[in-house]
Design a binder for this molecule. Structure first.
Ligand code: 13P
Ligand code: SF4
Length: 296
């Protein structure tokens, strides 16, 4: 079958089977065009509240499908590829967080949304890259333990210097592949281009950027800017999507290595199997876990 034939079959089956497809922006262009809604982690979480269909297929990684289930527990939620994990979300589990909490008594524990439901259940607040600064600013406690991304934590610290934010080492292996040498090389090659990065990048990369923000914020910034050339410092799918969205502008990846292999696991043919009910994994969680993870 050709791409457009699979896309129209998915469109037909979605309606017949009362399915809504949510796709994170790091998914491939053919999936993005087939989905009912696309965006960053914050946008997907908000959308999960409004979905009318009985079944939601989440094209992305496991913590995103878990988040949809936490927000819409009565829906059947399917993760498009059972092996699609976020390695950063795996860096902290309930046992490690329990130990950290003992080491930092009295601290408010803020978790990045890139965490498992079990980890969220032990946290006070949950943030995304779009909401982190606003939420952390509004926490009454000055002492905050932020897990698991020390790079995002560092970016938040710089914008909320009044808070004592403790981070743990870790981070996104995809964004960590981009270095200052990549920045220097890209700036030399494209001297007129603006550098837009995700705050999951190393602090020395983020500090050299013209703009740092979530995937949706990067896309919005490039789409609304009067500038014509951009170096994109996040997963390379965003460079591709921007080339489709703004054909009159030029987009260059900061590094050819910035590929999230977990996000790449789902392809259009697998999504087609999912809408037929032949692939994907249903997210199942106890009511107690859903309740505890929903609180933050
Ligand atoms: P956002 O989609 O919230 O920008 O986060 C990027 C990411 O790493 C998703 O896993
Ligand atoms: Fe996780 Fe990084 Fe991949 Fe996002 S890009 S899913 S944070 S490994």
């Amino acid at each position: 079958m050709k791409i457009n034939e699979i896309q129209s079959s998915i469109g037909r089956l979605k309606k017949e089977n009362d399915i809504c497809i949510l796709a994170h922006s790091y998914q491939s262009q053919d999936i993005i065009e087939t989905a009912d809604f696309t965006g960053d982690s914050y946008a997907l979480s908000m959308k999960a509240k409004e979905v009318k269909e009985k079944t939601i297929i989440l094209c992305g990684v496991r913590f995103m499908a878990e988040t949809v289930k936490i927000i819409s527990p009565r829906k059947k939620v399917i993760l498009s590829d059972p092996n699609a994990l976020c390695p950063m979300a795996e860096q902290i589990d309930a046992q490690l967080l329990t130990e950290l909490k003992k080491r930092y008594p009295g601290y408010t524990v803020a978790a990045y949304i890139n965490t498992s439901a079990e980890t969220k259940a032990l946290c006070d607040v949950c943030v995304t890259s779009s909401s982190a600064v606003r939420i952390i600013k509004n926490i009454k406690n000055n002492n905050i333990l932020f897990v698991p991304d020390c790079n995002l934590g560092d970016w938040i610290k710089k914008q909320v210097p009044s808070k004592n934010i403790v981070t743990v080492s870790g981070g996104c292996p995809t964004h960590l592949r981009m270095t200052v040498s990549d920045v220097n090389a890209a700036r030399n090659e494209h001297p007129g281009a603006l550098l837009l990065v995700h705050p999951e990048c190393r602090p020395d990369v983020t500090s050299k950027a013209d703009f740092a923000g979530s995937t949706s914020a990067i896309m919005k910034y490039a789409e609304n800017s009067n500038e014509k050339e951009f170096i994109i410092g996040t997963e390379n799918s965003i460079t591709e999507h921007l080339r489709f969205a703004c054909p009159d502008k030029k987009f260059y990846p900061l590094s050819k290595e910035c590929v999230c292999h977990n996000m790449r696991l789902t392809d259009l043919a697998e999504l087609y199997e999912c809408v037929k009910g032949l692939a994907g994994e249903e997210i199942v969680m106890s009511d107690d876990l859903i309740r505890a993870a929903k609180r933050p």
